[in-house]
Write a protein that binds this ligand. Structure first.
Ligand code: 5GP
Ligand code: ZN
Length: 178
């Protein structure tokens, strides 16, 4: 059976949530939990998770996503106080290519310490700055797709090759450039 958002093959976080694994819980309510990461970047590294299994942010029911945001923002100052730093990375890895190892949605709250060696290198040193035309074109494609999600986007998976019309410009938005 292929893995889907709601049918995990095996999920360590679902195990934890149903009480099958050792865990250090720091917050819980009816629909969410937060616990200490088993291999923390630094002391105080917390994972905020929904009790129900969803793989990605966009899979979450909207109210649950907003709730997790509230839980994370409630915990952030507490983690800062306990870890003794205000500097943090708030990280969501979404999908294997993005480094998601546990496919149960979670928000990392990672307190940072001087010289801890952790890095999320942005801007990415391996990429150049594209021409403004290209950034404008991508922005226009996103705007057009927001307005009309059914419209195939050239270059997107399954889009075929026949569609090449420029996206509709919107008020104040950059003109489409291809
Ligand atoms: P991801 O790469 O999916 O964003 O991060 C998964 C995180 O979950 C890692 O930081 C990893 O240390 C943590 N993790 C993986 N398995 C367990 C576990 O069984 N218990 C806890 N507490 N954390 C886990
Ligand atoms: Zn799960």
């Amino acid at each position: 059976m292929p893995e889907t958002a709601k049918t995990p093959m095996h999920c360590p976080f679902c195990d934890i949530i149903r009480g099958a694994g050792e865990v250090s819980v720091c917050y819980e309510d009816a629909v969410s939990m937060a616990f200490m990461d088993i291999q923390p970047v630094n002391d105080g590294h917390v994972l905020v998770v929904p009790r129900e299994h969803y793989a990605r942010l966009e899979d979450l029911p909207r109210a649950l996503g907003l709730h997790l945001y509230q839980v994370a923002t409630q915990l952030i100052p507490v983690v800062q106080q306990v870890a003794g730093t205000r500097d943090m990375n708030i990280v969501v890895n979404s999908g294997s290519l993005a480094g998601q190892d546990v496919h149960h949605f979670h928000v990392h709250l990672i307190p940072r310490c001087p010289d801890d060696g952790f890095d999320v290198p942005l801007p990415f040193p391996g990429s150049a700055m594209p021409h403004r035309q290209r950034l404008d074109a991508l922005a226009a494609r996103i705007i057009a797709t927001l307005r009309d999600p059914m419209r195939p986007t050239p270059g997107a998976p399954g889009a075929g090759t026949a569609v090449g019309a420029a996206p509709r410009p919107v008020g104040g938005a950059p003109a489409a450039v291809r």
